[in-house]
Structures are given as structure tokens and as C-alpha cells.
Ligand binder design. Sequence first.
Ligand SMILES: *Cc1c(COP(=O)(O)O)cnc(C)c1O
Length: 480
Amino acid sequence: MRYISTRSEGAPRQFCEILLEGLAPDGGLYLPERYPSLRLEDLSRLRTIFDQDGYANLAYEVLQFFVDDIDASDLKALCVRTYTEEVFASPLIAPVRALEEGLFIQALSNGPTLAFKDMAMQLLGNLFEYQLSRTGKRLNILGATSGDTGSAAEYAMRGKKGVRVFMTSPKDRMSAFQQAQMFSLQDENIFNIAIEGVFDDCQDIVKAVSSDLAFKTNYSIGTVNSINWARLLAQVVYYFAGYFQVLSQTGLNVGQKISFSVPSGNFGNVCAGHVARMMGLPIDQLVVATNENDVLDEFFKTGVYKVRTSANTHETTSPSMDISKASNFERFVFDLLLRDSGLTKSLFDDQISNKGFFDLSKNPLFTHLKEKYGFISGKSTHQTRIATIQEVYAKHHQIIDPHTADGVWVGRGVAQRGTPMVVLETALPIKFASTIVEALGKEPPRPSKFEGIESLSKKVLNLPRDVGLIKELIKANCND
Ligand SMILES: *Cc1c(COP(=O)(O)O)cnc(C)c1O
């Protein structure tokens, strides 16, 4: 399998060539040349593998459709090393539980940082180390985080040979729990940098350093943001695992359809569902559940994709979905436009840059979108999330986090009788304790390994908002 960019017809590239990259050189995103197409007997075989040999072996089977340039035995070993009960706190890795008639929750949030980003980032850490060691290269990852992404990246890259992580975050803006999670890491290859400013300041610093091409090349600067293809690919696996578990729990047969409801921000998670569906996984609806930052809900309802200004980007109680544009969305639009890279480029490059929006409402491809791709959307508000958390607790004695509450709220609203709906649980409630206290009047339970983390000693460097100082820090501490 080779990979092409959504914006050009340049020469296709191999998986390991794009592994360490974010955007393609033309500004587009990478996608496989075509999607593998699975028949019912293939699905039955994968189901048997999952049931008998577990998640790691299923991950290998899904990945090998997309990866030609890693030996099969190495790829399998990487999957087996990544998806362990020890790291994901469950032998099923992404276990499905029934919440109520027709509605299931799939936990993607039992990894080291208690958010779904671990599902992909843990594999990425092992893939990076593998690729760097066989090419003799080094990587200095520079990132900006307001919480989930940075900690998932650090826990995935800690101790990995050839990799260093320089992670900026806005000083005193993360929750005490999030700060403790990141800053308590004492690994030599992890550098936490608290910047005097807000998240956008951190992102600006990363952009400024990355756009200094000489610096970027000399110091092997890379990123781990959500547009990385390998991250998206790793996420495809849990849609298969969720499907097979629902079959076992309901007695349905391979081939019968189920739906997924996905709390969405940058469209990475639900885009993996789109890839699974394109491969032939029997998915009926793919529910794009947004919060008040409803760029995606607006598109799926109207055909207009309009990015928000930072003044129009709301700070909500589901902060990991607070986005002004959805950075993976171009991948789906490319498929929707029957892979017309010229048109995709004109929409995202010209129209978004010049007008801030594009409008596909009159395009017949948009009119048939729902039948052809299964996408449907909805949004939650602070009130509906709080009410959902309260109601799920009262009825089922389960505490769900505000992002998962968004998925439950929107998913219930569009579920079809007779078709199971699986809501993806993207974080554990302890990460967003203050909202749980607001809803339920008490703290959510804390997994025992996180007891007392706020009092661990912290390794963090405080710096002013200064690109030059960050560069000095990287120079002095980087891999070379
Ligand atoms: C990142 C994140 C999301 C949004 O996922 P996307 O792939 O950006 O759509 C939702 N919930 C939580 C808890 C997250 O960390």
C-alpha cells in the first residue's frame, strides 16, 4: 500500500516514509491510494483472531493491509508490545459494555493518560523507535498542548531511544491532575516547558520554530499531531474490536450493521471510523458529535464548512473538543469529492484562506453523503452534557466524562431501533473532575495508580513567550 496527498498527484510514498511526517509537502494530508476491501469471510476470520488471540493480533491484521515496508514479524511484535493488559488495564484493551437497551459504551480511556489518544500514541512511540533505530536517525518532537495530547505523547515517547520530547503548555492553565500527570515524568528524554501565556502562544512558538526550515532540518524537529497517518490507522482497529464485541454481546451475525457515536474535535477519531467503513466494516451510522464548537455539525447539516476565529472558539466543559477547524476533515472531503485533489486543494487552500469557508450544498455528492458514507451529526451544550451525566448516574450508577456525555446525548438522539449504537468513551471522568462535581456534587473515582500524583515532584521549566529561548533550549538538549 502506498500513500498519496489530498492536494496533489505527486508520486505515492511508502508507510515508513510518511511515518514521521505530519502534512505532506504540498500542505495536504496523506491517505492510502485505495482502501482494502474486506468480504464477509475476511471479517469472520478477523473476528476469530480477535476472540482467540486478542486485540494486539487484530491490530496486526488490520495494520498489515496498510504497511508494506515493515517485516510482518516485526510489525506483529510491535503490536504485541503495545497493546498489553498492563498498559491498558483490561485484557480486551478497548472493552465494550452495555449501558441500556441498544446503547453500548466502548472504553478507549484506560491507557496511561486516561484518554483515547493513548490508543494510537502508544503504538506511535514504538513505531518511531523502531524506524529511528533502523535508519540511525534522531527525532526531537516539539509540541504544544492544553492537556490530553501532550501527556499522551510524553507517556508514549518516554524512554524511547532516538526520541526527545519538548512539550510547551500554558503556565497554570491545565488542571492540577493534568499538570501532575505530565510534570511528574522524570525521564531524561522528556522536557516540560511552561510558557507564560495561553495555548495559542504555545502553538505560535511551535509554528515559528517549525517554519525556520534550516533549524527544523538541523535539529530534526518533528511533531505528533493528530494529522499523522499512523495515529489515524491505529484508531481504525478499535472500530473492528468494538464491532466484534457487540456481535458477541447481542448474538448478531457478522455482516449485520451497528452504529458508532464519536465525540469529535479534529475529526481524527471519527475519520478512523470512516476508513473502517470504507474497508467494509458493517457500520450503519457514523455519528459526529460536537460540542458548542460546531464547525462539523454545521457542515454535515448544511454543506457549508466555515472555520471559526479564535474569538468565536468557545471554552467549554469538553475542552478536548474545543477547535476552530477540524484538522483531519480534509481527508473525508477528498473521498467525498471522489479524490479530486485539484478541487480539494482549491477548497482548503484558496477558499478557506481567502473567504474562511466553502459551500458544497449544491454539489450532488454532498446530497448523497448520508446514504453513501453514513455520516450524521449533532451537538451538545453544557446543559445537555451535565443533564446526561446526571441521568446516566441516576439510572445506571455509572459516571461518564463530559466528552463521553456528548457522545451519549447526540447518539441517543439519532439511534435507530434495532441497530446497536456504540458510544466511544474518550476519557475517564477523573480528568475532568470539576465538571463531575458540578453535575453530581462529588468527585469521580480515581484509579489507584493515580493516588496522590499531585504531590509527586515536578520537572518543568518556566519560560517567557520567546522563540529564541526555546530554540536555545532545544540546541542545548537535543539529540544529534
Ligand atoms: C482529542 C479528544 C477528542 C476529540 O477527538 P478528535 O480525534 O480530535 O475528533 C474527544 N475527547 C477527548 C477526551 C479527547 O482527548
